[in-house]
Design a protein around this ligand. Sequence first.
Ligand code: NAI
Ligand SMILES: CCCCCC(=O)/C=C/C=C\C/C=C\C/C=C\CCCC(=O)O
Length: 256
Amino acid sequence: MALTGKSAVVTGAALGIGKGLSEVLLQNGAKVALLDVKESAGQSLVESLNQQHGTGSALFLKCDVESEEQLKAAFQKATETFGGIDILCNNAGIMNEATWEKAVSINLMGVIRATYIALEHMSKLNGGKGGVIVQTASLAGLGPFPSCPVYTATKSGVVGFTRAMAAASAVSGYGIRFNALCPTFVQTEMITNIPARLGQFSHLNEVAEQLKEKLGVLSVSDVAESLLELVTDETKNGEALMILTKGKAYMQFPSP
Ligand SMILES: NC(=O)C1=CN([C@@H]2O[C@H](COP(=O)(O)OP(=O)(O)OC[C@H]3O[C@@H](n4cnc5c(N)ncnc54)[C@H](O)[C@@H]3O)[C@@H](O)[C@H]2O)C=CC1
Ligand SMILES: CCCCCC(=O)/C=C/C=C\C/C=C\C/C=C\CCCC(=O)O
């Protein structure tokens, strides 16, 4: 899929990886609706993106992925503004083992909520144009991260949901591809002050630090480049793309 003339929605777009995903989509010719709970960061980012990429290319919409009502309103506004939606990046996420129910609600339920609303706009069965949905999962969705079991569970859930939706889409004719980005640690706010977010697993902070030392830390642009691959390569559906400091590889899942 070429990005020129396409429209995208990115959740958790005001900072970190979501900001990088939005930037790479704009650099490659897409229009982007940036959704986030952080209004002032989102608004000022969009002002600067519109200066760089042309007025009207980026739109900020205050939206909490925990709220179905806010998601519905944001998707409606994006559709009205851009004339449709071709790409959804389900990126919003938190790591906090102390507020684990909120982590499940944002990281897993938020992805499901936004995906189901996106289907109403994007699925060819509902008069949409089809397109591609890319989740920001994590390497923790493919293997256990002992310091944060609930975070691991949410990301494993996202990978499973993505693969099942890819198969459901192929069988049903939604015309939508579903893929997941599975990066190792990325240099963002999320990996600062890890001990404060481990809750009852704070004694495993050293395990997290050792894992970070062993695996290394990516830049946001490493993840953004990988998004382009999953969006533009029409053969990719149901894939989990591991992004490591030593390179990228598609996860080989066992056949049922
Ligand atoms: N930083 C890392 O090492 C890695 C991060 N990830 C995943 O990447 C995604 C983005 O993370 P980062 O950019 O690192 O985090 P971040 O904390 O830097 O940015 C997250 C963004 O999501 C927004 N957000 C949080 N809750 C929200 C909600 N309920 N509704 C809408 N927006 C919300 C925040 O306001 C913020 O702008 C997350 O899903 C995370 O799990 C995956 C692998 C590694
Ligand atoms: C703790 C701070 C937030 C972490 C953000 C994040 O998602 C970082 C993930 C980094 C690493 C994932 C941890 C464990 C995964 C271990 C092995 C995966 C093996 C995959 C495979 O090839 O089978």
